[in-house]
Design a protein around this ligand. Structure first.
Ligand SMILES: NC(=O)c1ccc[n+]([C@@H]2O[C@H](COP(=O)([O-])OP(=O)(O)OC[C@H]3O[C@@H](n4cnc5c(N)ncnc54)[C@H](OP(=O)(O)O)[C@@H]3O)[C@@H](O)[C@H]2O)c1
Length: 262
């Protein structure tokens, strides 16, 4: 049961319109927590907001790109007058895949700007408010991809490795102040973004999670940081962390290519 005294009365979800982000919104609204939802496409954003309002909570939306310079101010305008108990940073699926030496550096930079810079900006802003408040939570949505080098999505994987280590440090810093920090590590999850990217999710043996299940798992384990590997992928995460690093290619490069449909 979600502790609304700790994580309410308001939650901010960066990437709160589709997939796992929408599932967080549904679950939090059902628990009676008001929401500030941020995403680019107004359609799915308003649909998720309307669904949440049916639970009787207040929902504010910010239809903006987290990479645009004015978005931070818009988020502040939408949230400065309310008591925020939870930040979920969910936006961050890979937006650009290419072999590094042939890729476009500006596109790689955008992956870093979203997964690292924007995540840091919101974590600092809301982290400071939560620390002063003396309770609350920050959930950063990470990826199994952040446990080992990946061909074609190397910058994304590295940004997710950053997120996990960043979450561990933040967890150490905020724990004495009553603020729970959790890196929620997802494996392959059936989200609209993945479907649009044309990922081959129906391969036999592939462990594909549903957004509702991993969102619930994350909320259930907010206080069990710094890292929670969702969707039954803990053994994979441990194996990927522990393997001799020169085994990475043999074990995983081909699997990643198959998933990406190459
Ligand atoms: N799906 C998977 O298989 C998988 C696996 C491992 C980890 N993850 C992680 O899980 C999280 C969610 O992934 P996802 O598959 O649902 O895709 P996603 O593209 O990250 O979308 C999630 C939400 O973020 C919003 N969003 C994306 N980019 C944004 C931006 N620049 N500015 C504002 N909002 C933005 C999306 O709405 P708009 O598009 O309308 O902006 C959507 O509401 C990510 O952090 C991803 O790395 C996913």
């Amino acid at each position: 049961m979600l502790d609304t005294e700790v994580y309410g009365p308001w939650a901010v979800i960066a990437g709160g319109s589709e997939g796992v982000g929408a599932a967080f919104a549904d679950r939090l609204a059902a628990a009676g927590i008001n929401l500030v939802l941020i995403a680019r496409k107004p359609g799915p954003l308003e649909e998720t907001a309307d669904r949440a309002r049916k639970h009787g909570v207040e929902v504010r939306t910010v239809a903006a790109d987290l990479l645009d310079p004015g978005t931070f101010d818009a988020i502040r305008r939408a949230s400065d007058d309310v008591e925020v108990g939870l930040l979920i940073f969910n936006a961050g699926a890979n937006t650009y895949g290419a072999e590094f030496v042939e890729g476009d550096l500006e596109q790689f930079q955008r992956v870093i700007d979203l997964n690292i810079t924007s995540q840091m900006l919101l974590s600092q802003y809301f982290g400071a408010r939560l620390k002063k408040r003396g309770k609350g939570g920050i959930m950063l949505v990470g990826s199994l991809a952040g446990y080992l080098g990946q061909p074609g999505i190397g910058v994304y994987a590295a940004s997710k490795a950053f997120g996990r280590i960043f979450a561990e440090g933040l967890w150490l810093e905020l724990k004495p102040h009553g603020v729970h920090v959790l890196e929620l590590v997802l494996g392959v999850t059936r989200t609209p973004a993945m479907e649009r990217a044309g990922l081959k999710l129906d391969r036999p043996g592939l462990n594909v999670a549903d957004p509702e299940d991993v969102a619930q798992e994350g909320l259930d384990h907010l206080a069990d940081g710094p890292v929670w590997v969702a969707g039954g992928n803990l053994k994979t995460a441990e194996a990927n962390s522990g393997m001799a690093r020169d085994q990475i290619v043999e074990n995983h490069a081909e699997a990643v290519k198959r998933l990406l449909g190459h």
